[in-house]
Design a protein around this ligand. Structure first.
Ligand code: SAH
Length: 341
């Protein structure tokens, strides 16, 4: 039966649910092979590296799963200022990486003008793509940052189930997130969205809806990442996502979304020593090495024991090069823009 589903051109929701639930060893292998085949056909063998700078761990939001939540008073907070961000951007560029991701909690201490200035400076100094991941900001700021040269915006929808969304995010509504994503696309950003897998109360139908939502939004990048319980959050005692579940979601995501970029996330590498390697073999084509300098990087504690938190970023790049090589893949040579149109 799974062969029949895998040979279809378009999958419906029932097909997606069936694929997400395959347990038989041979079926799982078929699923992973199909995802890898589609990745090769639509994305090629290049693995795009996106150097990430987590420049502030202050956050106005109180998401129940996230270690950066406002109510977490045990976290030492930090903000990197322009000079530090620019010099880290220079490190990323010197390491031959062609995309820089600026990520933070929802921190309104940075004005729209400050972020604009950082974008303008990075773009004038380095030939590099910029992805912003700052949470929800105003539409006028998105527009200004796009004009200043930001290429992409990563804003995960986290869950496509509006009830769960409101349960996880006390003050936020799913529809707002979606409106932001639609606006971002309309002003010319390449958009990234995606979910968390293995969250409390989440069902396989919800995960199918997450994948279908990514398809509807026509995302340029989809990030499916495993939930890892974070101490000092209300979800600290919840069960973590298991590796097989997340790999299946990534594989089905690849089969449905075809040419969207899909990262093998740091969370995947954290839950399993070879998680990122496994992810790259079931549909992923992106890795986001962490360039946040010490002592900040250990404080960007979204979840505990983050992969490579003690490594030197330069070493990280060469270690990833070896890993990508060993899989018969190559590091992306261009900026790794959207593969759509
Ligand atoms: N403030 C930005 C960036 C959020 S942090 C925003 O709102 O978009 C980046 C991602 O970390 C989130 O989108 C979420 O999917 C992920 N994350 C948060 N807590 C997590 C946890 N406990 N386990 C795994 N991933 C988590």
């Amino acid at each position: 039966m799974i062969e029949e589903i895998l040979s279809k051109k378009e999958l419906n929701k029932d097909d997606i649910i069936t694929l997400l639930q395959v347990e038989d060893r041979n079926d799982v292998i078929l699923l992973y092979e199909k995802a890898d085949e589609i990745r090769k056909e639509y994305c090629g063998d290049e693995v795009h590296l996106r150097g990430i700078i987590e420049f502030s761990n202050y956050c106005e939001q109180d998401c129940l799963y996230c270690g950066l939540r406002k109510s977490n008073s045990s976290l030492t907070r930090y903000r990197m200022r322009k000079e530090e961000i620019l010099s880290t951007a220079g490190d990323i560029y010197k390491n031959g990486i062609h995309t820089i991701v600026l990520q933070s909690g929802e921190d309104f201490d940075y004005t729209g003008e400050e972020i604009e200035d950082i974008i303008t400076n990075i773009k004038s100094e380095f030939n590099i793509a910029i992805t912003l991941s700052l949470g929800e900001r105003s539409f006028s700021e998105y527009k200004i940052w796009r004009t200043a040269g930001a290429d992409r915006y990563l804003l995960k929808h986290e869950t496509a189930n509006p009830k769960l969304y409101s349960a996880y995010h006390s003050n936020q509504k799913l529809q707002d997130r979606l409106d932001h994503l639609i606006y971002l696309k309309s002003v010319g950003y390449q958009i990234g969205s995606g979910n968390l897998v293995g969250m409390p109360h989440q069902t396989v139908k919800d995960i199918a809806d997450d994948i279908i939502l990514c398809e509807k939004l026509d995302v340029d990048m989809a990030s499916f990442s495993p939930f890892i319980p974070s101490p000092d959050t209300p979800y600290r005692k919840q069960r973590a996502c298991d590796i097989n579940s997340i790999l299946k979601v990534m594989a089905v995501g690849r089969i449905v979304l075809k040419n969207a970029h899909i990262p093998a996330t740091t969370a995947l590498g954290t839950m399993d020593q070879y998680g990122r390697e496994k992810g790259l073999q079931v549909g992923a084509n992106v890795i986001m090495p962490n360039y946040t300098p010490s002592p900040y990087r250990e404080r960007y504690a979204i979840y505990p024991n983050k992969k490579c938190v003690n490594d030197n970023p330069g070493l990280c790049a060469s270690c990833l090069g070896l890993m990508i090589d060993s899989l018969g893949r190559s590091i992306g040579t261009g900026q790794g823009h959207s593969l759509k149109n």
